[in-house]
Design a binder for this molecule. Structure first.
Ligand code: AMP
Length: 249
């Protein structure tokens, strides 16, 4: 079983980002970047399947500028076998990423494509679903457990109504949820070793996909500043206060 994992380079979630003065994007100048946390979970899941003997190869792919190599090197240091950078300077919306990933799937023929459930920068939660549709393959979103069966996979999904377990045939697309696993730390020696692992670069324009944007962000606003909290002397006072505040005027 060959697994292809999509990884996106995003702003580090521990860093405070600011909206650009034209209010159409976040200012990423001098911001620490990292591999999208859900993609780190997807990479970990793929590596664990390989360690269990259920997968034979883990290939990671990122679409974006040359800087996305960082995210790929991190995935290689975690244990992925090789990496592909689909390089472009163009703005990539989820449909464009799904089309580029489809082109890579057509070349690589993986049995499973594992993506994060969402990228924490755009919070789109679209790419996996779009890719499954473009490929006409079964999909399991929000996976919290993945297990190899005889000819397919059992995937546990976390939904608003509880847990669902689905059995799927291969090839398939899966998106990783938070509780799927805790990704391993990347050690410095592994990061050094990862420099020797293969990383191929393809120009996105050679893949024949129409990646033109389909929507435009017209405005972006920071969330309103939080009001300062207030201390109450005891539980009774808290309850009284909550009652008073929830009573309609
Ligand atoms: P999104 O639909 O933007 O929330 O992204 C969902 C998932 O698609 C991410 O967690 C990644 O696994 C994958 N993905 C999104 N953008 C890229 C990209 N530029 N390169 C590779 N994978 C991506």
């Amino acid at each position: 079983m060959k697994i292809l994992v999509g990884v996106k380079r995003v702003a580090d979630p521990n860093v405070k980002v600011r909206v650009r003065s034209d209010r159409t994007a976040v200012d990423l100048a001098n911001i620490k970047m990292t591999i999208n946390p859900f993609d780190e979970i997807a990479v970990e899941a793929a590596i664990r399947l390989k360690e269990q003997g259920a997968a034979t190869e883990v290939v990671v792919v990122s679409c974006g500028t040359a800087a996305s190599q960082d995210a790929l090197r991190t995935a290689l240091a975690m244990g992925a076998d090789r990496a592909i950078l689909v390089q472009t300077e163009a703005e990539l919306q989820p449909l464009a990423v799904a089309k580029l990933l489809k082109a890579i799937v057509d070349k690589e023929s993986p049995d499973v494509v594992l993506l994060g459930k969402q990228a924490i920068d755009d919070d789109s939660n679209q790419t996996g679903q779009l890719l499954a549709a473009l490929l006409d393959r079964p999909q399991a979103t929000f996976a919290s457990a993945i297990e190899r069966t005889g000819s397919g996979l059992l995937v546990r999904r976390e939904t608003d109504d509880g847990r669902e377990t689905v059995e799927m045939s291969l090839p398939a697309v899966i998106t990783a949820d938070l509780r799927l696993n805790e990704p391993r730390y990347v050690t410095l020696p592994n990061l050094m070793k990862a420099k020797k692992k293969p990383l191929d670069t393809l120009d996105a324009s050679t893949l024949g996909a129409d990646i033109a944007p389909r929507f435009k962000i017209v405005s972006l606003d920071e969330p309103p500043a939080r009001q300062a909290g207030e201390r109450v002397p005891d539980v009774a006072a808290l309850v009284a206060r909550l009652r008073a505040e929830s009573t309609p005027a």
